[in-house]
Design a protein around this ligand. Structure first.
Ligand SMILES: [Zn+2]
Length: 173
């Protein structure tokens, strides 16, 4: 029989090979009851309750991971959609303002007014749509809804200001 070291599947500790004999042993570190098979290089957990506990822990860990990944994915989508909405609002306001300035046509007001109203309405709506992280999400702090609204109003203001300032700067050279 080949003398080899086996590892406890529970805690990963080496199981000291005292006699190279197969059989039932207890892990010296975590106390798990193990069935050793040196020939097949296998260690089985004998204790069914312990095994069920480990499987449950693994399952919970997997679910936690999945919830985290979903939150990260949703937050990325939220960022992209929010950015796109602001780019569209900026473009429409800038175009509308430019149109009113240059062509003196009232149609520009429509381009300008609708996204301007959107910039006022959007912050609470978008903040409400912001994904909520899982309860035990310890890696990143969950943003406060009020802080998201405040940030979005600031972005709205900056967007509006630049959208108005840009055509004026272009027209007046
Ligand atoms: Zn162990």
């Amino acid at each position: 029989m080949e003398i080899t070291e086996l590892k406890c599947p529970c805690c990963g500790a080496d199981i000291p090979n005292v006699d190279g004999m197969d059989g039932i042993r207890f892990c010296l570190f975590c106390g798990t009851k193990l069935s050793l098979d040196y020939g097949a290089q296998e260690v089985h957990i004998v204790d069914e309750a312990k095994l069920a506990e480990i499987q449950l822990q693994n399952k919970l860990m997997d679910e936690k991971q999945a919830a985290k990944h979903e939150y990260i994915r949703n937050r990325r989508s939220w960022n992209i959609i929010t950015t796109l909405i602001y780019i569209i609002c900026f473009s429409l306001i800038a175009y509308g303002f430019y149109d009113v300035d240059v062509n003196d046509e009232m149609i520009g007001i429509v381009f300008f007014l609708f996204p301007a109203i959107m910039l006022l309405i959007l912050p609470p709506v978008l903040a409400f749509k912001h994904p909520i992280p899982p309860k035990d999400f310890d890696e990143l702090k969950a943003p406060k809804r009020g802080a998201v609204i405040a940030l979005l109003y600031f972005i709205s203001f900056v967007t509006f200001w630049f959208a108005v300032f840009l055509p004026v700067a272009i027209v007046e050279g």
